[in-house]
Design a protein around this ligand. Structure first.
Ligand code: FAD
Length: 327
């Protein structure tokens, strides 16, 4: 491992100013992703600025919204009784992530910013445009069973691996960012970028931008939300396909619909065509089947991952049926 400096941040402002100024300085929270990437030589920061002692781990739920501090642990958020009751997709996405040990360490901010699990990205001896820009994409003609069918480019087909962000997208959540220029909020849906011709730039964050919290507005569709994850084994595994669904249903008619998917896109992938097919219609299995048939619109499967097209439609349909049957 390449040596690096370490400092515990005395305040958020000091940490932001330091990381913005010092080339190669990065934040570290739970370290569950960062340390793996350090050990594998994928990331070589000059300095890690530890944000764990900052007062950013609160979970505040009121009638209008929940505010989850960026260093709140995944397990604490998943176990929160009001999050389980009022934002079930969040608790479900977290409980289906990683393992209890990882969830006890890992933070909400770090979860949103975890790097892809593409094997070529994590293997420093193979070409990868995301890790080494301009070196090529080994997955295009290589082993691409786990790779993206939505949002890919000729330069990168790596999936966004996280679960939580997919659930947050359907709940209209925002991230609060404190940066060198001050504070701003941004929809979670706008946080991650598609690879295009710069796959190494994964988010819209600038150097020194610190996620301080996630805000989720209370809503009827948040209460009736669900996260379904399909994977190669029943636990401790990333998604082959996942679906987050949130429906506002009044007198058996769908008033609002939000659908997003994971494991198939280069970022958390919202499905407006599916949502449009649902809104204004009565809850019905035929409707869910027809709407889910639009889930793979625009998909571009590769040699080993064509199975994801059908799996995606079935996963969305099953998630819709589950939510539709909830009282
Ligand atoms: C074995 C294993 C299995 C896993 N399975 C899953 C899974 O099934 N689903 C899933 O979603 N995840 C999974 N993960 C990923 C795990 O959830 C992430 O590693 C974890 O959430 C990252 O959080 P952290 O606090 O440890 O981040 P760190 O490793 O500390 O940081 C990750 C990145 O975020 C940046 N960062 C951290 N906090 C902030 C902040 N507040 N503002 C700005 N930048 C910040 C860091 O600079 C770094 O770039 C798995 C991880 C492991 C090791």
């Amino acid at each position: 491992m390449v040596p690096f400096a370490y400092a515990a941040a005395p305040s958020a402002d000091a940490a932001i100013a330091h990381v913005a100024r010092r080339r190669g300085a990065e934040f570290i929270a739970g370290g569950t992703d960062m340390l793996q990437l350090l050990q594998e030589g994928v990331r070589v920061p000059a300095e890690l600025v530890d944000i764990n002692r900052l007062p950013l781990d609160g979970i505040e739920v009121d009638t209008d919204a929940v505010r989850i501090g960026a260093t709140a642990r995944m397990s604490d958020v998943a176990d929160h009784p009001r999050i389980r009751a009022e934002y079930p997709a969040v608790a479900e996405a977290l409980l289906l992530s990683a393992s209890p040990q990882v969830r006890n360490m890992a933070s909400i901010g770090g979860n949103l910013l975890q790097r892809t699990r593409c094997v070529y990205f994590r293997d420093v001896v193979t070409p990868c445009n995301k890790r080494a820009p301009g070196s090529g994409c080994s997955a295009l003609d290589g082993e691409n069973r786990l790779h993206a069918i939505l949002g890919a480019s000729p330069h990168c087909i790596a999936t966004y691996a996280g679960d939580l962000a997919v659930a947050l997208v359907v709940l209209d959540a925002n991230v609060v960012i404190n940066g060198p220029e001050g504070a701003r909020t941004l929809p979670v849906e706008a946080l991650h970028r598609v690879p295009g011709d710069a796959p190494e730039v994964e988010t819209v964050l600038e150097p020194g931008d610190l996620i301080t919290a996630v805000l989720i507005p209370a809503s009827a569709h948040a209460r009736r939300s669900h996260y379904l994850k399909v994977r190669d084994r029943a636990s401790f595994e990333f998604a082959l396909v996942s679906a987050a669904v949130a429906l506002d249903i009044d007198a058996a008619v769908i008033r609002q619909a939000r659908v997003a998917v994971g494991g198939v896109g280069t970022k958390p992938w919202r499905l407006p065509a599916v949502e449009h097919a649902l809104v204004g219609h009565r809850v019905d299995d035929e409707l869910f089947h027809a709407a889910a048939a639009r889930a793979a619109d625009g998909a571009e499967p590769r040699r080993h991952n064509a199975f994801k097209v059908e799996l995606l439609k079935r996963t969305v349909e099953r998630a819709l049926r589950t939510v539709g049957s909830r009282s």
